[in-house]
Design a protein. Structure first.
Length: 80
């Protein structure tokens, strides 16, 4: 299985209002080109998953990067 996990925020979508974060479901728009790119991967048989940490931002919970967990984020550390 081919899996594509996309960070949604300011990669696939952005706030229409120009705010830093989306605070309302109606305050979002697709970033130009992202829908076409996602459709391409889907047509090639990829499973597409969207990820966001906006719930954590709203609750003021800090986001931890993979490097925070494992101490590094080089390609050697994550060969997959």
């Amino acid at each position: 299985m081919k899996l594509l996990i996309l960070d949604l925020d300011n990669t696939v979508r952005r706030p229409k209002s120009g705010a830093k974060f989306i605070s309302d479901p109606l305050d979002q728009e697709i970033i130009a080109g992202s829908q076409r790119a996602i459709a391409h991967y889907k047509s090639q048989g990829w499973l597409i998953v969207g990820a966001t940490n906006q719930g954590a931002n709203a609750a003021n919970i800090p986001f931890l990067w993979a490097s925070d967990w494992w101490g590094s984020s080089t390609e050697e550390d994550f060969p997959w």
